[in-house]
Design a protein around this ligand. Structure first.
Ligand code: PHB
Length: 396
């Protein structure tokens, strides 16, 4: 009797131990902005990623769990980002790094991902060169060339004289270059350009310069969040709309979660972008509904929340394909072939040559629907646009 009981206990213990050995937690280092003026952008990333986790954790292989270890980069502060990435890699032993609102932060972390062989997925940081900085980076977000270059083409058909006003750091400079190339190669003339500081910008003096130059159209880029609302206000308060200067830009200037705070000032603004919360694709309707159910009916996910959703989907795909046993090189090979025909933004894929995203680009206009401002998609300018900068600069 006693022997039989002992055998049963030992067997039960062995089963428990083998389950413990097979149960594993994959740690994901998530670097976002939780304090300072950029916290609104960081909040979007956080909400999108956590929503994905909540709704999809049951789709991981049996016994595999994911732990998101969140860290605050405090804004576009590369030194802070580098320090927290080091801690995540060395102390927490994360197997993925993700998040990243800001290009300067992603650039600072890039060399660490190569040294430590930790795959990194950019959920937002959009500077065109980011994926080239390490073979362990893939990006699901966007480049500014993907929106600003086709917008330049569109604008050249309607306007003669443009002015550009962008934030003075890599993404803003790239937005300016892309728009100017698109606009001028189709016959438009750029009558002036200003670059506005990233930290604590006062948009008013810059808008005055735009007004004085009397262009037909103002092309703008700012890094979304509260800056998008502040720039819109300066444009309206200085009377640029009344002076007949049309406001256009990348989707960052009218990001969906900020639209309501812009009030009717934003009506009629034309942008090109890959994501609008108003899009009626079923996958997007489900995403927006889930977001509102989780965070409140009055909230709307913007492109950063959606980018975080897609980033988590890419990570889950890599985890599933390896049955939870992560090899960094295999992960990168898998990410290069990542595709999601059903992203909220439409079909997306990673370009295996550049590790950058391929996605649709839409022409949109801010309109009021049922009392709420929305970015209404008017036209699909491209169903699957690769980063035009890399396409134009390919060694031929
Ligand atoms: C970036 O730093 O890459 C960035 C931040 C905010 C944006 C777009 C790009 O809206």
């Amino acid at each position: 009797m006693r022997t039989a009981k002992t055998v049963r206990t030992v067997a039960a213990l062995a089963a428990l131990l083998s389950f413990a050995a097979s149960a594993q937690t994959i740690k994901i280092g998530f670097i976002s902005t939780y304090s300072g003026p950029g916290a609104a952008q960081g909040d979007q990333l956080d909400k999108g990623a956590k929503l994905y986790l909540k709704l999809n954790s049951d789709k991981l292989p049996p016994g595999v769990k994911v732990e998101l270890i969140t860290r605050d980069d405090t804004g576009p502060n590369p030194d802070v980002a580098k320090r927290i990435a080091q801690e995540l890699i060395i102390r927490d032993k994360v197997e993925f790094l993700t998040g990243f609102v800001w290009t300067p932060n992603a650039a600072a972390v890039a060399p660490l991902t190569a040294e430590a062989k930790v795959p990194m997925i950019s959920m937002n940081a959009a500077g065109v060169h980011v994926p080239e900085m390490s073979p362990y980076i893939a990006r699901v977000s966007f480049t500014l060339w993907q929106s600003a270059y086709p917008l330049g083409h569109w604008a050249a058909k309607r306007f003669k004289h443009a002015f550009t006003a962008v934030t003075d750091y890599a993404p803003g400079q790239e937005a300016e270059q892309a728009f100017v190339k698109g606009f001028t190669e189709r016959g438009g003339t750029v009558v002036g350009s200003v670059r506005i500081p990233l930290a604590n910008p006062d948009f008013v003096p810059y808008m005055q310069r735009v007004k004085d130059a009397k262009p037909d159209v103002l092309f703008a880029f700012n890094p979304a969040g509260k800056q998008a609302t502040a720039m819109m206000r300066a444009y309206a308060e200085l009377g640029l709309a009344k002076a007949g200067i049309k406001y256009i830009g990348t989707g960052d200037i009218v990001t969906d979660e900020q639209l309501q705070t812009m009030s009717d000032l934003a009506l009629g603004v034309i942008t090109v972008h890959h994501y609008s919360a108003a899009a009626d694709r079923p996958a997007n309707k489900a995403f927006v509904a889930a977001y509102r159910k989780e965070y409140g009916e009055e909230l709307t996910p913007g492109f950063m929340a959606e980018g975080a959703w897609d980033g988590m989907d890419a990570i889950f795909y890599a985890i599933r394909a390896q049955d939870g046993k992560i090899d960094p090189d295999r992960t990168m090979e898998l990410l290069k072939r990542y595709k999601n025909p059903n992203s909220p933004r439409g079909p997306i894929a990673i370009d295996p040559e550049t590790r950058d995203v391929i996605n649709p680009e839409y022409l949109r206009e801010v309109r009021k629907v049922g009392g709420r401002l929305e970015n209404i998609e008017l036209e699909t300018l491209s169903p699957a646009l690769k980063d035009p900068y890399k396409e134009l600069n390919k060694m031929r």
